[in-house]
Design a protein around this ligand. Structure first.
Ligand SMILES: Cc1cc2nc3c(=O)[nH]c(=O)nc-3n(C[C@H](O)[C@H](O)[C@H](O)COP(=O)(O)OP(=O)(O)OC[C@H]3O[C@@H](n4cnc5c(N)ncnc54)[C@H](O)[C@@H]3O)c2cc1C
Length: 353
C-alpha cells in the first residue's frame, strides 16, 4: 500500500464546485479503503475532527476552513454481479457510472445522468432528478461504521431513503463512511419518463425511448438549465439547487395559496404548482416560490448570484466568500418565509458555520 500523504492547510475552495471556503488543516485523498482506514486511525489518535468529502459538489465550507482532517474518498472500481447488479467504489464518478449502466442497457438510473459527484455521496441525500432517486435502485451500501470500526452492508431499508434525505444525513449523520454502493438495475428495462420535461421531450413518439436516449435527453435539458458542470461556463461555480423543494401539508398548502392570492401572486382560479406525494403531502417547487417573491434569475449581490438559467442555483464569482454565499441564501430564504410563510431548507451541507 502506498504511504499515506497528508497535505497541510489544503485550500478547500479547490475541492468544491462553489469555489469558496478556507483551508483544511489536514487533507488526505484515499485511493484505497485501507488508506481511508489508516487516515481515520491517525485522526482518532491525534484527536482531529473528520469530514468525509467526495467531489465537493454539495458542500459549503466556511471561510475559516476545517480544523481537522478532510478525508477525500478517491477509491475506484466497478464490479458487475449477476446480470442486473453493479457495485461501484465510493470514489467512482457518478455520471461515468450512469453512462456505463446505460451502455449495458440497464434501466433505473438514466434520469440521474449529468449529476456531478461521486457514487459514494449519492445515498447521503438520496440523489434524485427527473423522476428517479438512487434509493429506488440501491440494493445495499457498504459502510465503515465509525462508532465501532466495523465494515458491513446496509440494506436499502436500513438507509431510510426519503426525498433528499436518508439516515446518512439525519439520524446517523457522520456515523458511516460509505465505501461502495450496489445498484440493482433492470436489464433491457423501460426507462422512466414521468417527469414533465422528459414527457414533452419525447411527446409524439410511438416507441418508448431507450435508457441511452433518456440519458441524452436529460443531458440536453440539464445543459439548457446550467445544471451540467462545464469548466468553461462561469455559472458552473455552483452546488446545483441550493434549496430543497418544500413538502407541506394540505393545510399549509391552502394557507399559502390564500396568502399568494391576497398578494396578487396567484389568480383566484389557480393553485400552487407541485404535486401530491404518496404520503398525502404536497411538494412545491422552491423555484416558483423564489421567483414569485420578485427574486429573478440572475439576481446578484456582491460576488454571489442566482443562476441566469436556474432559480434554485446559487453561483459564485472569483473573489466571493462562503460568508457571502450563506448570507445571500439566507436573504432568499427570508424573502420566501416572509411572503409565503414557508421556511426553505438548504440542500448543500454547510460545514464550519
Ligand atoms: C451543477 C449541479 C447539479 C446538481 N444536480 C443535482 C440533482 O439533480 N440532484 C441531486 O440530488 N443533487 C444534485 N447536485 C448536488 C450534488 O451533485 C450531489 O449531492 C452529489 O451526490 C454530491 O456528490 P459529491 O461527491 O460531490 O459529494 P460532496 O459534496 O463531497 O459531499 C456531500 C455530502 O456527502 C458526504 N459524503 C460524500 N462522500 C461520502 C462517503 N463516501 N461516505 C460518507 N459521506 C460522504 C459529505 O460528507 C457531505 O455531507 C448537483 C450539484 C451541482 C453542482
Amino acid at each position: 500500500m502506498p504511504p499515506l500523504t497528508i497535505t497541510e492547510n489544503a485550500p478547500l475552495a479547490h475541492y468544491t464546485t462553489l469555489g469558496v471556503g478556507g483551508p483544511a488543516r489536514h487533507l488526505v485523498e484515499a485511493v484505497s479503503e485501507e488508506q481511508a482506514l489508516e487516515a481515520l486511525d491517525r485522526a482518532s489518535s491525534e484527536g482531529w475532527p473528520v469530514f468525509i468529502l467526495g467531489s465537493g459538489s454539495n458542500v459549503l465550507f466556511a471561510d475559516a476552513g476545517f480544523p481537522g482532517l478532510v478525508l477525500r474518498i478517491a477509491t475506484r472500481g466497478i464490479v458487475a454481479g449477476d446480470s442486473n447488479r453493479l457495485t461501484a467504489a465510493a470514489g467512482e464518478e457518478w455520471d461515468a457510472f450512469v453512462r456505463l449502466s446505460v451502455r449495458r442497457e440497464l434501466a433505473g438510473i438514466e434520469c440521474l445522468s449529468g449529476i456531478p459527484g461521486t457514487v459514494g455521496a449519492t445515498p447521503i441525500q438520496n440523489v434524485g432528478a427527473y423522476g428517479e432517486e438512487v434509493g429506488d435502485t440501491i440494493r445495499s451500501v457498504r459502510v465503515l461504521d465509525r462508532k465501532d470500526g466495523t465494515i458491513r452492508d446496509l440494506s436499502n431499508p436500513d438507509c431510510g431513503f426519503r426525498y433528499r434525505s436518508s439516515v446518512f444525513c439525519t439520524s446517523e449523520r457522520e456515523r458511516y463512511v460509505i465505501l461502495a454502493v450496489t445498484f440493482e438495475l433492470e436489464p433491457e428495462g423501460l426507462p422512466s419518463v414521468t417527469y414533465p420535461d422528459l414527457e414533452s421531450f419525447f411527446s409524439g413518439r410511438a416507441a418508448p425511448p431507450s435508457p441511452w436516449e433518456v440519458r441524452q435527453a436529460v443531458l440536453l435539458i440539464r445543459q439548457s438549465k446550467g445544471m451540467l458542470l462545464d469548466p468553461t461556463d462561469p455559472e458552473s461555480r455552483t452546488a446545483g439547487s441550493f434549496f430543497k423543494n418544500p413538502v407541506i401539508s394540505e393545510e399549509t398548502l391552502r394557507d399559502t395559496e390564500a396568502a399568494a392570492r391576497r398578494l396578487g401572486l396567484l389568480a383566484e382560479s389557480q393553485g400552487l404548482p407541485g404535486f401530491k406525494t404518496a404520503a398525502g403531502d404536497y411538494k412545491i417547487p422552491a423555484a416558483w416560490l423564489i421567483e414569485r417573491t420578485g427574486i429573478k434569475k440572475g439576481f446578484s449581490t456582491g460576488h454571489v448570484s442566482i443562476s441566469s438559467r436556474h432559480a434554485l442555483a446559487i453561483v459564485t464569482r472569483p473573489g466571493g466568500t462562503a460568508a457571502e454565499v450563506l448570507e445571500f441564501a439566507q436573504q432568499v430564504r427570508g424573502r420566501v418565509q416572509s411572503v409565503f410563510g414557508i421556511a426553505l431548507e438548504l440542500e448543500p451541507v454547510c460545514v464550519g458555520f
